[in-house]
Ligand binder design. Structure first.
Ligand code: HEM
Length: 481
């Protein structure tokens, strides 16, 4: 009886959400969805009430700011019980009015100027990162689990910009308190339970026995301790000239006392860490993996970076942003390996959604797009969409592409750029994350000669909500030119 029965898709998917749960369990979610689109076309029915769409032209319709499109129950399991009440944060709040209330007090703190004010913090963490690599892997010439280190760096980085305190993963050279592994599990939980949202009521919100995801207790404790110390004026790590998010959130408590209390501040702090550390680490790992595997790409990137930066010089953001090939590499990485590679589900509002084939999806049904699928749309990016080619983002001067044509192409391509989501639910941390990538990548390349131990390394990947990756084992040497 489903109004979606006319749309193509795997037979079982039309009957039960167990089918899509299984795709997430397989940890091969995004590639499987891509194969389904190759088989069935731009519309695939992946659940009794859910369509996965590959129509970049609809991205601004489904992910917009009109407040009518709401997130599905997929997101609701990312919540906690506070004072006996299920409480949502900015990412998981589905009600758009309530979401706007949560976002209003803090949104300006994620703007480019606010994030730029944190550059001195960033420089310090990056300098630390260089020193750790130099002392542990360059001087003794040891092989480096570079991919793991990018994760330690990303977590310490967020600790610093969030509450002026590193967690100490770089210092320990390991996930010493298991937080990174627990964070992986809680993100897997989001992706798995999201397919059948009622599972969360049995596993996490169950009043009798708690089976649900482990919580990141250590990080929560650090967040609480930092906030209490800061409010008492006893936070030794905080330097007033170097603002951090905790400071910004405490200011929001004064500017919006009716909306922000101490519990909300902890929520904002933890969301920063859960949403921002692994996503950025995944992106950095992907960037190095794909560029190091391709000598021509690596050489172009290295030549451009080294013409502009010397060893151990922490790249200033403004100067790094001016490098066109680096820009191409970053944009291509975000397109090719989006850290979030699952459908972002939304509920169709009245009067329904008209698809390009003229059919109408009725209100109340669920649709969405997956950044991994639209990012490889051949109608937008061409027949080589499945290849990693940073050049595609440059102006095609040899082919006579004018400035206007280039701008028009970029505008079109941006419709297929959902790596950070879109509309009123677009990633709040995108400016921060991009700034981090733009600074650390050239700094590393200018400082060390980096090569894969196995030039044909096949890394490990798990595609659920995040498209996680592990590997990128490297040798680091002092810069040779
Ligand atoms: C490469 C890095 C990152 C990627 C690819 C990424 C991706 C995303 C995506 C796709 C969404 C929207 C999900 C949806 O609509 O279903 C999102 C939301 C969000 N992200 Fe990020 N993210 C990144 C880094 C960060 C960082 C560094 C932070 C914070 C410090 C952050 C904080 C958030 C928050 C708070 C939301 C919820 C926004 C809302 O609903 O208002 N993210 N992110």
């Amino acid at each position: 009886t489903s109004p979606l029965r006319k749309y193509p898709g795997p037979f079982l998917a039309g009957f039960t959400n167990l089918w899509r749960l299984w795709q997430v369990v397989s940890a091969d979610y995004a590639p499987r969805m891509k194969r389904l689109h190759e088989k069935y076309g731009p519309i695939v029915r992946i659940g009794p009430n859910l369509l996965d769409l590959d129509f970049p032209e609809l991205s601004r319709v489904i992910y917009n700011t009109d407040g009518k499109w709401i997130k599905s129950d997929f997101y609701k399991n990312s919540s906690s019980i506070i004072d006996g009440k299920i409480t949502y944060h900015m990412f998981s709040e589905c009600d758009n009015v309530e979401h706007a209330r949560l976002k209003r007090p803090v949104v300006r703190h994620y703007s480019v100027p606010s994030v730029l004010a944190m550059e001195p913090h960033m420089d310090k963490v990056i300098a630390d990162f260089l020193n750790h690599l130099q002392e542990r892997y360059v001087k003794p010439s040891e092989r480096c689990q570079f991919g793991e280190w990018l994760g330690y760096y990303a977590w310490d980085f967020l600790g610093i910009v969030t509450f002026s305190k590193k967690f100490g993963y770089m210092k320990a050279g390991s996930d010493f308190d298991g937080t990174l592994a627990i964070a992986d599990k809680s993100i897997d939980y989001l992706g798995l339970c999201g397919q059948m949202p009622w599972l969360d009521y049995w596993l996490d919100k169950n009043p009798v026995v708690h089976i649900g995801p482990p919580n990141i207790g250590n990080v929560t404790n650090i967040a609480i301790q930092s906030m209490v110390a800061r409010l008492k004026g006893e936070d030794e790590n905080f330097i007033p000239e170097k603002p951090d998010f905790l400071q910004y959130f405490i200011e929001s408590k004064s500017t919006h006392p009716e909306l922000v209390d101490e519990g909300k501040i902890i929520g904002y702090l933890l969301l920063n860490l859960i949403a921002g550390a692994d996503t950025t680490a995944i992106t950095l790992r992907a960037l190095f993996y794909y560029t190091l595997q391709n000598p021509a790409i690596w050489k172009k990137l290295q030549d451009e970076v080294r013409a502009n930066f010397s060893a151990f010089q922490i790249a200033p953001h403004a100067k790094a942003r001016a490098l066109p090939y680096l820009e191409g590499v970053v944009r291509e990485t975000l397109r090719y390996h989006p850290a979030v590679s699952m459908i972002m589900e939304r509920i169709v509002p009245a009067p329904g959604l008209t698809l390009p084939d003229g059919s109408v999806v009725p209100a109340g049904q669920m649709v969405g797009m997956n950044p991994y699928i639209v990012g490889r749309n051949k109608g937008i990016f061409g027949d080589d969409a499945d290849e990693f080619k940073p050049e595609r983002w440059l102006q095609r001067l040899k082919e006579g592409e004018s400035d206007e044509e280039y701008q028009a192409r970029m505008t079109l391509w941006n419709t297929a750029h959902l790596t950070f989501g879109g509309g009123s639910r677009i990633c709040l941390g995108r400016n921060l994350s991009l700034m981090e990538v733009w600074k650390v990548v050239p700094t590393l390349i200018a400082t060390f000669d980096i090569e894969l131990v196995d030039s044909q390394e096949t890394w490990e990947t798990w595609s659920r909500w995040f498209y996680r990756n592990r590997g990128v084992v490297c040798r680091l040497k002092p810069r040779s030119d």
